[in-house]
Design a protein around this ligand. Structure first.
Ligand SMILES: Cc1cc2nc3c(=O)[nH]c(=O)nc-3n(C[C@H](O)[C@H](O)[C@H](O)COP(=O)(O)OP(=O)(O)OC[C@H]3O[C@@H](n4cnc5c(N)ncnc54)[C@H](O)[C@@H]3O)c2cc1C
Length: 469
């Protein structure tokens, strides 16, 4: 028997109309139109409620460097079993989630709409996505005029009449949508079940999962299946289901370049700690000759939780460095620069077969020489721009930690070994659809989640059409 945390229980023999794997932004927004239409829908998720920490000490051997994870653990969002259950070997640090609400439980809520050409490059139909953007913005009550802190206000004042964009900063949490869905009798939430494999059996789909507590296996059935476990885990489930071991699929990840800047204008001015979002103002390149914006910049206040991370860059003994950090932190702005990512032979993922049920996903991420050259040119422009906003860059840090990723099962007009059609349906299966960014052909510089939600709602509606006469 599979249990859920709400009022209903899913019996193994129940045939659901649609099962959605994953309860992050993609999963809940794919489920929403189906639940509203009255179909029997279940969301199955491998995680716990992120606020209910499992209190296990994190096993540092499971990931290369501890700092980024320590920061997330301190924030109380990442459940430590994640890295035992979703094994990854990579030259970069990939932040994954195994939690109710997915990674949206940590995001800073900076979003932006992709332009039509960005959508086209990504492989998404611009007209349909623009329509979904409007519905999603209404559903999540997206606020486009957030309250700015002193840094945000001053930067924006200086940036007037220049290439800047008003931020859309919104502390949105997917978990609240799950609570909304639970009010419907035709909806079931199944937590703590890690999906291993899926099989299209012609008249229905069979989903094989394992309890993260008892390790017991279960099988459930649905007429249609939507995979929304985040690009990395949807790809893992499909490679495992089709037994495509050591088969390389293109994978896109986006690193960060962080410019630590002093903001002299704020020195000795009153601090405002009561503003909800750390990330406030954003800047994009509005060069209309380019298909993709060549960079996206987010300006953050310095997060006090980042102290441990920061100390390694301050050449003082630890107690003095801590004191120095606590004095200077309120006057710092972190300028987080991201560039778009394109397919390349050196950036891929593949599944290694293991004796146990869960294989190890190898993820390789490399920036080509051409991209490195282009990034350097763009960084020079960004330096000049941020100096004109009154910021003094003090240190540039290139970070290999990523939470923005895409690819694995990309859109293709013709059937590839693992690919989807324009509606999000897996070419290899009649009843399996993909709602997260694993279908994307490029990863634009902008934050992806608003578009992930819009596309997921579109895919959910495509599945709904299958039930309509
Ligand atoms: C610190 C941080 C800040 C961020 N800030 C921003 C931002 O400002 N703006 C922005 O746009 N984006 C931001 N992001 C990225 C954003 O969180 C992701 O783009 C988004 O959450 C992806 O949504 P998703 O539904 O595709 O995947 P996820 O959020 O990863 O959700 C996947 C879900 O699937 C479940 N799952 C995984 N594997 C399995 C399995 N095998 N079986 C069952 N369930 C499974 C997980 O438990 C989870 O619920 C940030 C991320 C981080 C970490």
């Amino acid at each position: 028997m599979l249990h859920n945390s709400g009022h209903s229980t899913a019996k193994p023999n129940t045939l659901h109309d649609v099962i959605v794997v994953g309860s992050g932004p993609a999963g809940v927004h794919a489920a929403y139109p189906l639940v509203e239409a009255g179909l029997r829908v279940a969301i199955i998720d491998g995680g716990l409620d992120s606020k209910k920490q499992d209190n296990q000490p994190i096993n540092k051997k499971l990931h290369n460097k501890s700092n980024p994870y320590d920061l997330l653990i301190k924030s109380g969002y990442v459940f430590t079993k994640t890295y035992q259950l979703l094994k990854v070997q990579s030259n970069i640090e990939i932040i994954q989630s195994l939690a109710k609400g997915g990674l949206s439980e940590i995001w800073h809520g900076i979003c932006d709409y992709f332009t039509d050409s960005e959508l086209a490059e990504t492989g998404l139909p611009a007209l349909e996505i623009q329509k979904e953007y409007k519905e999603i913005a209404k559903r999540i009550n997206l606020k486009t005029k957030p309250q700015l802190d002193l840094h945000g206000q001053l930067i924006l004042k200086k940036a007037k009449n220049q290439v800047y964009r008003l931020p859309i900063a919104y502390p949105y949490r997917t978990k609240s949508v799950i609570e909304d869905l639970k009010k419907y009798k035709n909806f079931t939430y199944i937590p703590k079940q890690l999906v291993l494999k899926v099989k299209d059996k012609n008249k229905h789909v069979e989903i094989e999962s394992i309890s993260i507590e008892s390790q017991e296996k279960s099988y459930i059935k649905s007429r249609y299946l939507i995979l929304a476990a985040g690009a990395i885990n949807t790809t893992r489930i499909l490679l495992q289901s089709f037994r495509l071991y050591n088969y390389q699929v293109p994978f896109l990840t986006k690193g960060h370049t962080m410019l630590v800047c002093l903001h002299p204008q704020t020195l000795l001015k009153r601090r405002q700690n009561n503003i909800a979002s750390l990330g406030q103002v954003s800047l994009t390149c509005n060069d209309l000759d380019q298909d993709l914006n060549s960079f996206f910049v987010q300006f953050y206040r310095c997060n006090p939780l980042a102290q441990d991370l920061a100390l390694q860059y301050i050449p003082l003994p630890k107690p003095l460095a801590s004191l120095f950090f606590s004095i200077i932190a309120p006057y710092l702005v972190i300028v987080d620069v991201r560039f778009p990512t394109f397919k390349s032979n050196k950036s891929f993922c593949r599944l290694k077969k293991e004796k146990c049920d869960i294989g190890v996903l190898e993820v390789s991420s490399h920036t080509t020489d051409r991209e490195i050259k282009k990034h350097k040119e763009e960084l020079k422009k960004i330096y000049r721009k941020i100096q004109s906003f009154g910021l003094l860059p003090m240190k540039t840090i290139t970070s290999n930690v990523t939470s923005h990723y895409a690819g694995g099962v990309s859109f293709q007009s013709k059937q590839g070994k693992l690919s989807t059609d324009s509606k999000g349906r897996l070419h290899q299966a009649k009843r399996i659809y993909i709602a997260d960014s694993s279908t994307w052909k490029v990863l634009p510089a902008k934050p992806p989640t608003l578009t992930i939600m819009a596309n997921a709602a579109r895919v959910g509606k495509n599945v709904l059409k299958k039930f309509q006469p």
